[in-house]
Design a protein around this ligand. Structure first.
Ligand code: 8GP
Ligand code: PLP
Length: 839
């Protein structure tokens, strides 16, 4: 509870002005007013969260005009609108970001302080909407920011999970999952729109009929009905008046009670339907790059896609007589295959409900959709078994059969007598358990298909979609990912941002290429000094944070060597920890060794069912326990696993890193976006030639990047030639010493069995070539250690990294999508009152 947070308990309320005014006095009054009238509290009994809510409503009031004007403008203009369909949005907290985008930071800070509160504290209280797993969900959030900043008409559609990605705790070194409760204390940023609810059918069967004109048609008699309620959140652009809409769907029972059951006294049975409907959007599946063939997951996907398409159709028909020109009004982008059932759903809506003839419907569908692939990992490629699919979506299965048949006829025409090719291209996989290949459905139903970095887009064409590429080369392109500099520099690293702006102005925030102007400063000793001072302060902030979270003391002058991302074997956190053990052994064998002091920082969640990933977390924590408590090591090595890596924590850690670990097996990381965030904040990268690392290295210069490891062709060759990891173990004394130490039980209180599964898998198969890359990694890390000793040159390299990151703004990425795929133009939003007379 806060004692007398505000200095007034009886605010004078002037509704108009209090909701829009921007002066410090007005903001203070609005804050007090919202605390009193919306939170129902007075200062003496207000919690910090009450104060946060009061402030959030104060800010929301000030963006509503933009939001409504944006909506109104889109309704009244003929411009195309992008609809981004994504099962995940890893948004991060809104308050700080909205203050930056509105340009209101200073007056709000003053108002908050004069009310006896701390803005930083209030910003920190916000629970982040963790509606995503990792890279893919975070990319969707960066895209929404850039769409608004570029004034591109856009709607983000997704799912309002009641429980987002789980919170991670570490107990005895192991990951423990705790339910995320982001909605528990209320969400001031969303507005529910129950009046715009839509109905979604599930299950049941289909039946043919002949309509009044004698046409053959099919009707879907549903087994059950679910209601989708839209919840809208404004997404502001930076210093423009655009506020696009993020519309997330929550499921509810179509009828709260089944009255028939209720009347015969089956009260519990009657409520059951309500409960199972609400289950649909209860929880985000916490799997990163691993499909979850669960019925509920398919239901989630279909639910949000159907709600969204029905919504688009309703919007379209409010201003157009027919759906004939639907594709001219909407460009729909599918964020991976999770929404790919949209292809069949739009066909169903057009053919069954709006009675379009198949070919016309197909032309509209194909012109509407674009599809982005985010991973080549086979375990992530979605497919649904036919029985499961047919039971839940009987009509869609029929439609997919029809799409497939017509598509395969096309293939037959082009490649007569090529049965193998037909089998390879078929949307229905006939081998083993028959299933629908969702990436194929998305590909066939889209006019544009893209990967997310140059190498990845190339591999898409050479591997998973090779036959499709041969068929339609013109549909394929690359769109290298980017990240928003608003959240990932201005908000998360104000010290660095201010330093940059003090020298080159603040144009870079909207046009990241302007960072180029920093290049000459890399040669100025004075600037380098200022740079190092900022870095040290930011590292000190993180050190303090680490101390409060873990009780560990870290030395801000040590090299902060950071790997934060989902825990996965392909991302190779285990390669990193093997190097730590190697360094530890080196110091133990030679106690006077002159090593660069390092703090190894890890963060990331493992999918709850992914045993090896969880064991890697346990290994990191076990090594940390030994190393951090070994007095002979002292300050030279510290190992920290910071629990619960999320957007908020990312905002603290990217700015403080000296070294960014991007060490995936070449060919496995589609792009990476964390790599960009580090580099933009002045960390140097140690990395493989994978994903966007390749393009980052091209931009920043090979001399400013620590490269190691096998290339993609080398990886393929090594595996094809019958890779034997134990040979590396036998032939490399360093590697052998590390593996033997783990196996001896040294890190597990003598328990030699604990890490066996991990070590056996590395010695036996090592599918991600950890052992093959071990020595190259160690050598490269030695170079890093040496380079860090020359702080002047390190700073120079860091400055050049930042100066050359212009390409990796998501603004550039979105511009490319807008030009090449969506054919869409910006629409400027004017900020005059919608009803200036107050009518
Ligand atoms: C990720 C890719 O692994 C990463 O390289 C890329 O930067 C990012 O997408 C954005 O393009 N993929 C996923 O996060 C992913 O496939 N997640 C799905 C299971 C949810
Ligand atoms: N999770 C969070 C919270 C992030 O901010 C990011 C950054 O893009 C990611 C996951 C993805 O990280 P990476 O690209 O390193 O896999």
């Amino acid at each position: 509870h806060l004692p007398m947070a505000f200095n007034t308990t009886n605010p004078l309320i002037q509704v108009e002005d209090d909701r829009t005014g921007l002066s410090v006095e007005t903001l203070k009054r609005a804050l007090a007013d919202n605390l009193f009238y919306l939170q129902g509290k007075f200062p003496a009994i207000a919690t910090k969260n009450d104060c946060y809510m009061a402030l959030a409503y104060t800010i929301r009031d000030r963006l509503l005009q933009r939001w409504l004007n944006t909506f109104q403008t889109y309704l009244n203009c003929d411009n195309r609108v992008v609809c981004y369909l994504s099962a995940e949005y890893l948004l991060g907290p809104h308050l700080g970001n909205n203050l930056i985008n509105l340009g209101l930071w200073e007056p709000v800070q003053q108002a908050v302080e004069e009310s006896g509160l701390s803005l930083d504290e209030l910003i920190d209280i916000e629970e982040e909407p963790g509606l995503g797993n990792g890279g893919l969900g975070r990319l969707a959030a960066c895209f929404m920011d850039s769409l608004a900043t570029l004034e591109i008409p856009a709607i983000g559609y997704g799912i309002r999970y009641e429980f987002g990605i789980f919170d991670q705790e570490i107990k005895d070194g192991w990951q423990v999952e705790i339910t995320d409760k982001w909605l528990q204390l209320g969400n001031p940023w969303e507005i529910a729109r129950p009046e715009s609810a839509v109905l979604v059918k599930l299950g049941g069967h289909t039946e043919p009929y002949t309509d009044d004109q004698g046409n053959y048609r099919v009707r879907w008699i549903a087994g059950s009905l679910v209601k989708g309620i839209p919840y809208d959140t404004p997404i502001l652009g930076y210093k423009v008046s655009t506020a696009n809409n993020l519309r997330l769907w929550k499921s509810e029972a179509a009828e709260s009670f089944d009255f028939q059951r209720f009347n015969v006294g089956d009260y519990y049975g009657a409520v059951q339907d309500k409960m199972s409907s609400e289950n649909l959007t209860k929880v985000l599946y916490p799997n990163d790059e691993q499909i979850q063939g669960k019925e509920l997951r398919l239901a989630q996907q279909y639910f949000f896609v159907s709600c969204s398409l029905q919504d688009m159709i309703r919007i379209h028909l409010s201003d157009n007589p027919t759906l004939e020109n639907f594709h001219e009004h909407f460009a729909v982008q599918m964020n991976d295959t999770h929404p790919s059932i949209a292809v069949a759903e739009l066909m169903r809506l057009l053919v069954d409900e709006h009675h379009y003839e198949w070919q016309r419907a197909w032309a509209i569908t194909e012109a509407t959709f674009g599809f982005t692939n985010h991973t080549l990992l086979p375990e992530a490629l979605e497919k649904w078994s036919l029985p499961l699919f047919g039971e839940m979506l009987p009509r869609h299965l029929e439609i997919i059969y029809e799409i497939n048949q017509r598509f395969l006829d096309q293939v037959r025409m082009k490649y007569p007598n090529d049965g193998d090719r037909l089998a390879r291209l078929s949307i229905i996989d006939e081998a083993g358990e028959k299933s629908v290949r969702m990436a194929y459905l998305a590909t066939v139903g889209s006019h544009a298909i893209n990967g997310v970095a140059a190498l990845h887009s190339q591999l898409v064409k050479e591997t998973i979609l090779k036959d499709f590429y041969e068929l339609w080369p013109e549909k394929f392109s690359n769109k290298t990912n980017g990240v928003t500099p608003r959240r990932w520099m201005v908000l998360s690293n104000p010290r660095l941002s201010n330093l940059i702006s003090s020298r080159i102005g603040d144009g870079w925030i909207k046009n990241l290429d302007e960072l180029k102007q920093l290049e000459p400063f890399a040669d100025l000793a004075g600037f380098r000094q200022d740079w190092c001072k900022v870095k040290r302060e930011v590292k000190q902030d993180l050190a303090r944070y680490i101390h409060t979270r873990t009780d560990l003391v870290v030395n801000p002058d040590s090299l902060f060597d950071v790997q934060v991302k989902r825990i996965h074997e392909y991302k190779r956190q285990h390669l990193n920890i093997l190097h730590v053990i190697h360094l530890y052994l080196q110091i133990k064998n030679n106690p006077n060794l002159d090593v660069t002091p390092r703090t190894f920082i890890y963060g990331g969640k493992a999918a709850p069912g992914y045993f090896t990933a969880k064991l890697i977390i346990k290994l990191i924590n076990s090594v940390a326990d030994v190393v951090n408590n070994d007095p002979t090591i002292g300050d030279r090595l510290k190992v920290i696993f910071l629990p619960d890596y999320n957007v908020k924590f990312g905002q603290r850690v990217y700015p403080a890193a000296d070294l960014s670990e991007q060490i995936s097996t070449a060919g496995k990381e589609a792009s990476g976006t964390g790599n960009m965030k580090f580099s933009m904040n002045g960390a140097l990268t140690i990395g493989t030639l994978d994903g966007a690392n390749i393009e980052i290295r091209e931009e920043v210069g090979a001399e400013n990047f620590f490269l190691f490891g096998l290339t993609t062709p080398e990886v393929e060759k090594t595996l094809a030639e019958g890779y034997q990891p134990w040979e590396y173990y036998n032939n490399n004394a360093n590697l052998k010493a590390v593996v033997d130490l783990i196996n001896s039980g040294f890190f597990s209180h003598g328990d030699t069995a604990l890490f066996r599964p991990l070590m056996d898998s590395l010695l036996g198969q090592d599918p991600y070539l950890v052992f093959a890359d071990f020595q190259a990694y160690v050598d490269c890390q030695n170079q890093v250690g040496e380079a860090y000793k020359d702080q002047e040159n390190w700073a120079r390299m860091a400055i050049l990294n930042v100066a050359r990151m212009g390409k990796f703004s998501s603004d550039r990425t979105i511009r490319e999508y807008a030009e090449d795929i969506w054919a869409i133009k910006p629409v400027v939003i004017e900020l005059e009152d919608l009803c200036p007379d107050g009518q």
